[in-house]
Design a protein around this ligand. Structure first.
Ligand code: GLA
Length: 386
């Protein structure tokens, strides 16, 4: 995104002065979906699309924020107990509160921000927004004393405490820690992670956006998490001597043994999670061996699990997955929370153009809307631009 785009609006909508500019990216995830809050592994990377903000302290306790994309302006007092109503402004309000809890002496500021990470497309526009402001507030008011991990957790707490989404840590982690050309394998239980060079020669990663917005899916997301917790509660009951914190601690036999104690629906959710745990490990091995056929096959299996057992797909996403299969695409699946948004596709170079042409034509013919296609580049995490 162009700095000028943000700067010109910042100057126009405030007092003509300039401030500091920060940027944070959205993310992709190769495999490990809905595993983060189950203590499992994820495999994300930051992308070359994100949020950019310009910000300047204004010497008051008021935040004056302008969303360039929505052409909406909101003002609130940083000490106000309730905070603003506009959903985009709640992310800023929330991260202020969470950074204050970490000892950052946040004062009022003017800010304008814009994004080129599409909203509600499963690319973590909200985590990009939280991370961007966490980074900015840490720099402007906190002498950069807050660690990257604390900023990740502050972003997650913003979702939990101010935005009603009980998300895991994958998105904020990827946005803060991303590195150019590298995916990251994160153990969401221990927080240990490893950078993983990702340059699949002969393949492209293509995101196909169903343009079905998933913005209203937060209660369904929270329900999935609750189902997993219900199964954990049943397991704890059955195995009082074992330490069971999340579904990460369960194996297939243990799961089978609580079948009668949990609802059929909760069981299906847990079956998906345990399957995904196995798939992430298989994909790690395959990536190490440069075996992209196996990576792709696991991606299709994940899609099936997300669609049939976890039930976070929708007709449009399933259709996109079918078209990928018909085109001989190596791997394809829903990416992110689901209920709309994108599929991620691992496509051989020579099939790329034909696949895109075909997916556009078929999707348009069936749904009367054009899917958006994004070629993504694995890029750097949160940073100060100037
Ligand atoms: C959303 C959440 C993440 C993660 C994914 C699913 O993006 O914010 O924490 O749970 O869904 O993998």
């Amino acid at each position: 995104m162009e700095i000028e785009h943000v700067r010109s609006r910042f100057i126009k909508h405030f007092d003509g002065k300039t401030g500091n500019i920060y940027a944070s990216p959205g993310r992709i995830n190769i495999i490990g979906e809905h595993t983060d809050y189950n203590g499992g592994f994820v495999f994300p990377g930051a992308i070359d699309k994100g949020i950019m903000c310009e910000i300047r302290p204004n010497g008051t306790n008021k935040v004056m924020a302008y969303s360039i994309d929505l052409k909406d302006r909101v003002e609130f007092d940083i000490n106000d107990e309730k905070g603003p109503k506009a959903s985009w402004a709640r992310y800023i309000y929330g991260i202020i509160q969470e950074m204050k809890k970490l000892g950052v002496d946040v004062k009022g500021f003017n800010t304008a921000f814009a994004g080129d990470v599409p909203l509600g497309a499963g690319l973590s526009s909200s985590a990009a927004l939280e991370s961007c402001f966490a980074f900015a507030l840490n720099d402007l008011f906190g002498d950069n004393k807050v660690s990257k991990w604390d900023m990740v957790l502050a972003g997650q707490a913003t979702e939990h405490n101010y935005c009603g989404v009980n998300c895991g840590i994958m998105d904020q982690f990827a946005s803060v820690f991303g590195q150019e050309g590298k995916l990251m394998r994160l153990d969401c239980r221990s927080h240990e992670f490893e950078y993983f060079p990702f340059d699949p020669k002969g393949y492209k990663l293509v995101l196909v956006d169903s343009v079905v917005k998933h913005e209203l899916a937060s209660s369904a997301y929270n329900d999935r998490r609750k189902s997993c917790e219900n199964v954990v509660a049943a397991l704890k009951n059955k195995y009082p001597d074992k330490t069971i914190e999340t579904l990460r601690d369960a194996d297939w036999d243990m799961l089978e043994s609580v079948k009668a104690d949990v609802s059929e629906e909760d069981m299906k959710r847990a079956v998906y999670v345990l399957g995904e745990k196995d798939r992430v490990l298989a994909v790690c091995e395959a990536l190490n061996a440069g075996d992209y056929e196996t990576v792709g096959q696991k991606m299709y299996e994940t899609h099936k699990g997300l669609s049939k057992d976890y039930e976070v797909s929708c007709e449009e996403l399933d259709y996109l997955n079918d078209i990928a299969k018909e085109n001989g695409v190596t791997g394809s699946r829903i990416m992110g929370g689901g209920f709309g948004g994108c599929t991620i596709n691992l496509v051989k170079d020579e099939l790329h153009d034909k696949f895109i042409e075909d997916v556009k034509a078929k999707y348009e013919a069936k749904y009367g809307k054009t899917p958006k296609i994004y070629d993504v580049v694995i890029s750097e995490g949160s940073r100060k631009i100037c």
